[in-house]
Design a protein around this ligand. Structure first.
Ligand code: PEP
Ligand code: MG
Length: 784
């Protein structure tokens, strides 16, 4: 029997408790009871919500639940304006009504007890909503995305619990329940209140060695303060290798830790970089982060989690300053763990003189001539087969990394992006040597053992001989990174609605480009002919179906739908396409919005489809026009949208692609037509700026999205857009190129939309660049 009526501790919950505390709460209970030390907390149960709405009274004596049901009964959910207004009223009411004392008291008591576990009066918590009805599709609970971090003090907790409750009544969730025939009076919501870890030390752990694939080893990275520094790669962490079962610490590498991340002491929210020497004391810079006992404790928990999930895990852990205990904040499977590679022990011989030691970040052996570079501008110095030596590799250096036979760096840990890139490239790498750029000189011959993390003088025959076999055995492994939150949004491009779920699972912040071509060309007939034959409705339904899959999978994340942009040569392939005009150069011909305006019946059908989805409650859609060059085109397209009842800026966000130099140069005039966003279509922007047909391989070698002219156009648009408060994004292929991504982050772009397979890399690149910007600012501030 629980001590509370409205509250359950995680310890009291199991995975079967979904009706009481929702999926999230039940899962936390299950993990707690499996011995996984997730940060402690409690759930304010669905019963509490039910009790609240059934017992709280309005000023005129009406019971809240009756008042809500009355409003809902009077709401026509197909009238989106009315639905928006009425649900906003309900949410507002739940938030402004005071919490019932019997519930408030229990929350206060539980929050106090939670704080006392840490010998404090109050602790920072996260408050999240957790949907309760198991048989309801997740989509009907838009509110379950609700998460509040850095919540402090009982009043704040109660306020956020009510905000979670209110999220049950978003327009969209209400609409969905109505359409699915769910009884609004029987849907409840639980709120999870969980301690935020105040990390003293933190890091990541792989329960299989990601470098050698050795599953008998656990690799732990550790640094001072919050985990962001390790995850983003801006700090070289300590590294410990532990043998599973015997718990023997096989290897220890103590890094020089110059900076750390801590909670912003001024605001209590967010994080800042500080110098380890100032914050903790100079002795901490080269001090081992975890004690021997802690290393083993972390490793043992890792093994336990691996056993629980039946697969090697990539885990984020932290020791809490408030109680000194170990907590697990995140665990995900290592996605691409190859079969183990047995690396033969190499006998040390007389000729093997060790020059340097560091971390083996990418397995294999490489040998060649040393080339030391300090910055990406020098990458041309690196020739095929050279050993690239630098302070820290970065995405700018990828072309040189590809040419190198091995890579050696001063800084970095095995989980930093640079190490991951070298693993993906399959090039041996040793990182974190501290002094490679000093010890190794241009022109020296060296042998780099990326498996063991050693650099030898000269070309060591016995090592180089084994290199080919080792490579053939496939030493590469790609490790899933921990999820990162970036200030620059990282979105994904989608062409096929059938991949929407998979694309959404990348955790992308939205869809920066939903291409219409696949859906429309997929109807199997020329769409204009289709409409002329009286089958417009069929086309609209097809579009509604396709787009819905995407906006649903991503909800409430935003999806920008681009109207059809198929050139005549593609249309001609379709049945009924024989009448398409022959154009000398279809790329410069009848495509994009210019064609849409000439054949408005097609554009109208697209807008009608979008309007239907808006009426279904999808308030996460944007419309984007392709190949715009004239302000009139924006105006005319708007008129067509309005003619079918779709209101730009209100029903949908309204934007244009920047794909022609003209659009980039007259951006101000386009913005004056009324734009919510612009998105760079660099595939076209590059071809039109450099006069290079993007489909012509004869001139492809000259095709460069990072050509200064293209960059200038982009920079100009971002600058002007910022001035007018217009959002900027990129959805061309260049958005999947880390080098370009870095430039764009520095230019201040708001979001980057990448291909599904590149989302992870782009997110890491963005995080790293943002961390660098912060780090540079912090270092500058510290110097002053
Ligand atoms: C572009 O031009 O960059 C773009 C994203 O559009 P598409 O590749 O479909 O022409
Ligand atoms: Mg284009």
């Amino acid at each position: 029997m629980s001590e509370y009526k409205f509250i359950r501790w995680f310890e009291e919950l199991r995975k079967t408790d979904v009706p009481l505390v929702g999926g999230k709460g039940a899962n936390l209970g299950e993990m707690t009871n499996a011995g996984i030390p997730v940060p402690p907390g409690f759930c304010v149960t669905a019963e509490a919500y039910k009790y609240f709405v059934e017992n709280v009274k309005l000023e005129d004596g009406t019971v809240l639940q009756d008042w809500i049901m009355n409003i809902i009964a009077q709401t026509n959910v197909d009238d989106s304006k009315q639905l928006q207004e009425n649900t906003a009223k309900i949410r507002q009411k739940i938030i402004e009504l005071p919490m019932l004392p019997e519930i408030a008291q229990e929350i206060e008591d539980a929050y106090k007890k939670l704080s006392q576990r840490f010998n404090k009066d109050a602790v920072y918590v996260a408050v999240r909503s957790s949907a309760t009805a198991e048989d309801l599709p997740e989509a009907s609970f838009a509110g379950q995305q609700e998460t509040y971090l850095d919540v402090y003090g009982v009043d704040d907790v109660i306020d956020k619990v009510k905000k979670c409750w209110a999220s049950l009544w978003t327009a969209r969730a209400t609409f969905y329940r109505a359409k699915q025939g769910f009884d609004h009076s029987k849907v409840y919501l639980s709120a999870v209140v969980q301690k935020m870890v105040n990390s003293e030390t933190s890091g990541v752990m792989f329960t299989a060695n990601p470098v050698t694939n050795d599953r008998s080893e656990i690799m732990i990275n550790a640094a001072w303060g919050l985990g962001e520094a390790v995850v983003s790669g801006s700090v070289s962490p300590d590294e410990y290798i532990v043998e599973k079962g015997t718990w023997k610490i096989k290897e220890k590498y103590i890094a020089k830790k110059e900076v750390m991340v801590v909670r912003n002491p001024e605001t209590g929210k967010g994080t800042v970089y500080v110098k380890v020497a100032d914050y903790l004391g100079p002795e901490y810079v080269e001090k081992q982060v975890l004690t021997e006992e802690q290393i083993v404790e972390v490793a043992k928990i890792g093994a336990k989690i691996e056993e629980h999930y039946g697969w090697p895990q990539d885990i984020e852990w932290a020791y809490d300053k408030d109680d000194g205990k170990l907590y697990i904040v995140q665990s995900r499977p290592i996605t691409t763990l190859k079969e183990e590679v047995k690396t033969e022990e190499t006998e040390m011989t007389e000729e093997m003189k060790v020059l340097l030691k560091g971390l083996g970040a990418s397995p294999g052996v490489g040998a060649g001539k040393v080339v030391v570079i300090f910055d990406a501008s020098e990458i041309d110095k690196v020739k095929e087969g050279d050993v690239l030596v630098t302070t820290m590799t970065n995405p700018d250096m990828v072309p040189a990394m590809k040419r190198a036979s091995a890579i050696v760096t001063d800084e970095g840990g095995r989980t930093c992006h640079a190490a991951i890139v070298s693993r993906e490239l399959g090039i041996p790498a040793v990182v974190g040597t501290k002094e490679a750029t000093k010890v190794l000189k241009d022109g020296m011959l060296v042998t780099v053992d990326g498996t063991r993390g050693v650099v030898y003088e000269g070309i060591v025959k016995s090592l180089v001989k084994g290199k080919e076999e080792e490579k053939a055995a496939g030493g590469q492994v790609v490790v899933a990174g921990a999820p990162l939150v970036t200030a620059t949004e990282v979105k994904v491009n989608v062409s096929m609605p059938e991949v929407a779920e998979r694309a959404a699972a990348t955790g992308a912040d939205g869809v920066g480009l939903l291409r219409a071509e696949h859906m429309i060309l997929g109807i199997g007939a020329h769409p204009v002919k289709f409409i002329k034959e009286g089958k417009e409705e069929e086309l609209i339904e097809k579009l509604v179906e396709g787009i819905r899959k995407v906006v649903e999978a991503f909800y409430p994340r935003r999806v920008w739908y681009r109207t059809l942009d198929a050139p005549t040569n593609e249309f001609r392939e379709l049945p009924g396409g024989e009448d398409e005009p022959e154009e000398r150069n279809p790329m410069l011909g009848w495509r994009g919005i210019r064609r849409g305006l000439d054949q408005p019946e097609l554009l109208r059908a697209e807008f009608k489809a979008i309007k239907r989805l808006v009426d279904e409650g999808y308030d996460n859609i944007g419309v984007m026009l392709p190949l715009v060059s004239y302000p009139e085109q924006v105006r005319q397209a708007k008129e067509i949208a309005l003619s079918v009842g779709l209101v730009p800026h209100k029903d949908v966000e309204w934007g244009v692609m920047i794909e022609t130099p003209a659009s980039a140069l007259i951006i101000e005039d386009l913005i004056k037509e009324g734009l919510d966003f612009v998105s760079f279509g660099t595939n076209d922007l590059t071809q039109y700026t450099l006069a290079i047909d993007r489909d012509n391989e004869r001139v492809f070698k000259l095709y460069d999205e990072k050509h200064p002219a293209v960059l200038k156009l982009i920079e100009n648009v971002i600058k002007v857009a910022k001035k007018y408060g217009v959002e900027t994004s990129i959805c061309g292929q260049a958005g999947s190129d880390p080098k370009m991504v870095k430039l764009l982050v520095r230019m201040g772009i708001d979001s980057i939309s990448a291909n599904p397979d590149a989302v992870e890399l782009v997110r890491k690149t963005v995080a790293r660049e943002e961390a660098r910007i912060q780090l540079e600012a912090a270092r500058k501030a510290l110097k002053e």
